[in-house]
Design a protein around this ligand. Structure first.
Ligand SMILES: CC(C)(COP(=O)(O)OP(=O)(O)OC[C@H]1O[C@@H](n2cnc3c(N)ncnc32)[C@H](O)[C@@H]1OP(=O)(O)O)[C@@H](O)C(=O)NCCC(=O)NCCS
Length: 160
């Protein structure tokens, strides 16, 4: 399965994908104030700032999943509900680990909302280990919003 850099021309489709996948996984977990702030426009604004760090799977203009890095963090991983269980997520996380290792990261980490059990199972089977819980100040258009998260870590093999 091919993983490719995001194309700026597909930012609207990526924002819709991120929105739909976020609500699918978090609408029942997150506080109503946060759910209200997670609009398509809010995801588009955030994507515009990080597009250079985003890779995707799927045809140009019809992405099925996205993965973004920030420093040593696997920052965002979202797959369209129609592509769950198809290997899209596995391809994206393998590529993300390679990109992190290529930038010299030895211990990568990610945050996962407490109660997002499908994602937790996916990370565990991908070799990530839960290292604790913390309160993350999540980015919103209203400023930082506190969300309870699990921290997952994975030690990466150095690039040859
Ligand atoms: C998290 C995500 C990327 C994983 O991709 P995926 O294609 O769904 O992952 P897979 O189907 O390969 O693996 C999911 C595993 O969870 C299991 N699972 C499904 N529903 C579950 C549930 N409610 N509780 C626990 N495990 C569950 C599946 O059976 C599968 O495990 P298995 O392969 O051992 O059977 C994808 O579900 C997604 O984008 N979710 C919405 C956004 C999200 O939550 N992103 C992560 C933010 S931290």
């Amino acid at each position: 399965m091919q993983v490719r850099p995001a194309d700026p021309a597909e930012i609207d489709q990526l924002a819709q994908l991120w929105h739909d996948a976020w609500h699918h996984a978090h609408a029942h977990l997150a506080p109503p104030e946060l759910v209200r702030l997670r609009t398509v426009a809010s995801f588009r604004d955030r994507l515009a700032l990080m597009l250079a760090d985003v890779c995707v799977v799927g045809p140009a203009g019809a992405p099925l999943g996205l993965c973004a890095l920030k420093g040593d963090e696997l920052y965002q991983l979202f797959v369209s509900p129609k592509a769950h269980g198809t290997g899209v997520a596995a391809a994206l996380i393998a590529d993300a680990e390679e990109r992190l290792a290529a930038r010299g990261v030895q211990l990568a980490w990610l945050a996962c909302a407490i109660g997002n059990t499908r994602a937790e199972r996916f990370y565990e089977k991908s070799g990530w280990r839960k290292a604790g819980t913390f309160v993350m100040m999540s980015e919103t258009s209203n400023g930082p919003f506190p969300v309870d998260q699990s921290r997952f870590e994975k030690r990466l093999a150095p690039m040859a």
